[in-house]
Write a new protein. Structure first.
Length: 184
């Protein structure tokens, strides 16, 4: 991950991103280059996208993958989650920025593992609508599913077996097995 500290208004950042060859996340005044993905990272991310699109077809949910920004409320912080699900309506005039994710998936890599597990999760928890945060290992069958209970407390369940089913009752009661993510 390459970072550079610059002073950019949010409007300048959005304009920069619309014409950029590579994606950048903005955290306060630090611009972070988003590296290209490995084939296995791309496969796992794509599997999540396909499954969620199928499960949420004909609902009021939308599924976004990698190229739509998610803004942290009341802060100058923008991220590109690998996958996120929202009921918020997309409007291209906003510069491809949404605010109300209900589920976020990050596929881990050696360069982002610590950041995704700690720092990014701290930021994502500031999104009031967020109900689930899934961390997926690309090289082995492992998904850590964080879920927020009705009292606002986050709990974690780890899934490692292909036959295990991840249930997401707060999002149209959908569920899927690990094999749907990890098997070609």
């Amino acid at each position: 991950m390459t970072t550079s500290t610059i002073i950019l208004s949010e409007e300048d950042y959005i304009q920069l991103e619309l014409g950029a060859d590579i994606r950048h996340e903005l955290i306060n005044e630090t611009l972070i280059d988003m590296p290209g993905d490995s084939p296995i990272h791309n496969f796992i991310t794509g599997s999540f996208y396909i499954i969620f699109r199928q499960l949420l077809k004909s609902t009021d949910y939308s599924v976004f993958m990698e190229d739509v920004k998610l803004k942290i409320p009341d802060e100058k912080k923008y991220f590109y989650p690998d996958i996120f699900i929202t009921k918020e309506k997309f409007n291209s005039s906003t510069g491809y920025i949404l605010h109300n994710a209900e589920l976020i998936v990050e596929v881990l890599s050696p360069g982002t593992r610590l950041f995704d597990t700690v720092d990014r999760f701290i930021e994502y928890k500031k999104i009031p609508s967020l109900k689930y945060y899934l961390l997926a290992e690309p090289e082995k069958q492992y998904i850590n599913c964080f879920s927020k209970n009705k009292d606002g407390v986050w709990n974690s369940l780890i899934y490692t077996e292909l036959t295990e089913k991840i249930e997401l009752p707060a999002i149209k009661n959908i569920s899927f097995c690990l094999k749907e993510i990890y098997q070609p």
